[in-house]
Design a protein around this ligand. Sequence first.
Ligand code: ADP
Length: 545
Amino acid sequence: MLGLMQSQPLLISSLIEFADRHHGDAQIVSRRVEGDIHRYTYRDLARRSRQLANTLDGLGLAMGDRVATLAWNGYRHMEMYFGVSGSGRVLHTVNPRLHPDQVAWIINHAEDRVMCFDLTFLPIIQAVHARCPTVRQWVALCDADRLPADSGIPGLVSYDSWIAGQSDQYAWPEFDENTASSMCYTSGTTGNPKAVLYSHRSTTLHAYAAALPDVMCLSARDSVLPVVPMFHVNAWGIPYSAALTGCKLVFPGPALDGKSLYELMEAEGVTYAAGVPTVWQMLLGHVKPNGLRFSTLRRTVIGGSACPPAMIAAFQDDYGVEVLHAWGMTEMSPLGTLCTLKNKHLELPKDEQMKILQKQGRAIYGVDMRIVGSDGQDQPWDGKSYGDLLVRGPWIVDSYYKGESPLVRDAQGRGWFPTGDVATIDADGFMQITDRSKDVIKSGGEWISSIDIENIAMAHPGVAMAACIGMPHPKWDERPIVAVARRPGAEVSREELLKFYEGKIAKWQIPDDVVFVDSIPLGATGKMLKTRLREQLAGYRLPGL
Ligand code: ADP
């Protein structure tokens, strides 16, 4: 027997319609590439998204055609989130930090029909446009008077003139909620990137889940600054959850340095921000030496790579800002777990609470997790046994676009996505990532977590960033070394740092060496690029070998 309730497809257009009707005057503030601050409302966003949808119809784009962006976080990018997907096309956000050859490869693989880009990225477009025959229209995300006269890009138009004159009336079409809505390529540290194709259903369910109190806890009372880029995994779904809650949105545009972020936060009363650890390090690097305080910031979600405990402590103890440690993947839309305490933890001493808050957290409803050993058997949830982390759920990838299904089957035939992470899960369901499986260091038959080693180094006041890698060793297989970028002006020695490890981890886990580097190489999504670091250390030999 079927239930007798209305069946309404979950569509992205319903989010913008809702925001228009119920939060029409809530503000969206953007720092523009031009350098100025732009201010408008969800009502304006909805109106211009409808104009964009009419523009795409006028271009004769079919349902499912890909419309690409190469853009910072800003209001025009947000209009594309709704105008493109809402009208049945697929928004393809391209990561501008990739090499132009990879950008060209991705555009061709996705067969993008339209490419809209911020003027910052004009040089990338100039380098690739001739190699991208599927693109019929190049659009610069700017006002008409900013359009470069001699860009060399055929038929280039400015976004504002492109949508100007279009009707702002548009009846959003209704279609199957499983229709593709947007796509994002993984950053492809090995081989070519893989395309994850999100659907309206996966996106709206993720938007609901992301707004929950134990997840991002977004509300109409918040002023939200997504530093996480809209060009990678839809800025962790914040644009959609924002429309669903009606929070004020503050977009940082291209200015991601600590000073610019801090000033924007203070000027716009930001209560909530989200970003990867490297961004927050820059922010703290500005706030600390200048003796500044956050007057409105209350919570920040930190994820994308392991958040060092020292950073959680700095935000919470020094600035009264709650840190929510989050874990996820492009293949997971991206949120999988978030770390918040349970009721029974509230009476625990602070250091006990802190131990919990360092973990990557509990699964969000909608995400099932398992850890399995090398024999494929489930490992116990005891906080000690580790295994490969597998996940399944309605916003987790089934197959890659033009690619294969990465899923592995369980005894009941259900598909699980292997995350490539190694993790423990404790009895309360708190998951902790030990490592990327390819980064785990195997020493004398035992595993050493590179994240643990990095976290300890990062707690040293002289260390700006640390990356731990395994080096081949004739007796032990591999031994860890830690590459360290010092804080400007800090004088920390190899011996001092090795001593710093004593008593914090077992003796055999202490790195064999410290190598000082100017900076740790970062990838296109702000994560440490250990492959590049290995290349840099190509001639390196462990001490005594
Ligand atoms: P890509 O960079 O290829 O796009 P993702 O952005 O999807 O990849 O990154 C996913 C990976 O990032 C995870 O599998 C995990 O290894 C790492 N990661 C994400 N969040 C965390 C976290 N909080 N702690 C540790 N690792 C994390």
